[in-house]
Design a binder for this molecule. Structure first.
Ligand code: PDD
Length: 285
């Protein structure tokens, strides 16, 4: 596989950054994961907008033209790596390599820019049986709206989930469900679609935005208001959304069955509407 690092196309195995890179030292960088099917990128504009915002929020200076280059490079890599089926596209920008001090490095330090593509098998089998989740305390910082490479609480939560045989960990902060370790979470409560509102405590997922849009278009009642683990007992459905999972029904949380214990009609309808919305880029299985 070819990848791209700091202006050069390189073999993925040969893509190396100095140990002084601030991404390595401090987790001082931001990233995006987007998906392609048939060589084109799903919801590209939203991913570019989020990357640009995150760079600005973290005061990492990358020119607009450099972001445009990352998009061009992604398409080149998909073609050169012959990824004309489902693939993930990974973008990472760090504050660059510089002697280790906590404060920002000298002006003129060049950000590290990395682009990679990889084939992916989408989790259709999990979608058919329904995913299993655990809840776990949300111990993250108060800027979860920025997609930084500081992912330690997320990796710890996901590891706990996997060790207990689950597919996803759901974060709980101050008694309310925020989001998943790598996804946004929705419930169907009293016939209404509910999800945590945009706030510093969740990542504004691209899939979340599209799902909210298609739900609105389908005439569903949607409320962006937090819900609590206690509410799950009366939820008719629960699902999570992400670039890799699209819309993924959850049938069990902490060993308790959700709704009928099978993927429900709302998640199925939203998944179909999501696919239609992003097609012809993403095709149904
Ligand atoms: N994660 N919340 C968190 C904490 C995430 O890490 C992600 C995605 C999402 C969903 O965002 P989107 O719909 O834009 O993919 C929500 C990616 C896929 C990852 O880290 O691999």
């Amino acid at each position: 596989m070819r990848s791209y690092l700091n202006g050069k196309f390189v073999d993925a195995d040969a893509a190396v950054v100095p140990v002084t890179d601030r991404g390595f030292m401090f987790g001082d960088g931001v990233y995006e994961v987007t998906r392609s099917a048939g060589g084109d990128l799903i919801e590209l504009t939203r991913h570019v907008r989020r990357l640009t915002r995150n760079l600005r929020e973290m005061a990492i200076s990358l020119r607009e033209s450099d972001v445009a280059t990352m998009v061009d490079v992604s398409r080149t890599l998909l073609r050169d790596n012959r990824l004309d089926g489902d693939a993930l596209v990974y973008w990472q920008v760090t504050r660059g390599a510089a002697p280790r001090v906590h404060q920002f490095p000298p002006v003129g330090t060049v950000p590290t820019v990395y682009v990679a593509t990889m084939p992916v098998t989408l989790p259709h089998a999990v979608r058919t049986r329904g995913a299993v989740a655990i809840t776990t305390p949300d111990i993250r910082w108060a800027r979860c709206d920025v997609k930084t490479v500081n992912l330690l609480p997320n990796t710890l939560a996901k590891q706990r989930a996997v060790e207990s045989g689950a597919d996803e960990a759901i974060f709980v902060r101050d008694g309310t469900i925020t989001e998943g370790a790598s996804s946004n979470v929705f419930a169907v409560l009293d016939g209404e679609l509910r999800t945590h509102p945009r706030s510093p405590y969740i990542l504004p997922g691209v899939t979340r935005d599209v799902v909210l849009e298609v739900a609105g278009e389908a005439g569903m009642s949607v409320r962006e208001e937090p819900f609590r683990p206690d509410d799950l007992a009366r939820a008719s459905e629960l699902f999570f959304t992400s670039t890799f999972n699209d819309v993924m029904p959850i049938v069990r949380v902490d060993g308790r069955t959700i709704g009928s214990g099978r993927p429900g009609p709302v998640a199925q309808q939203l998944y179909a509407a999501f696919l239609e919305r992003v097609s012809p880029v993403a095709a149904a299985p």
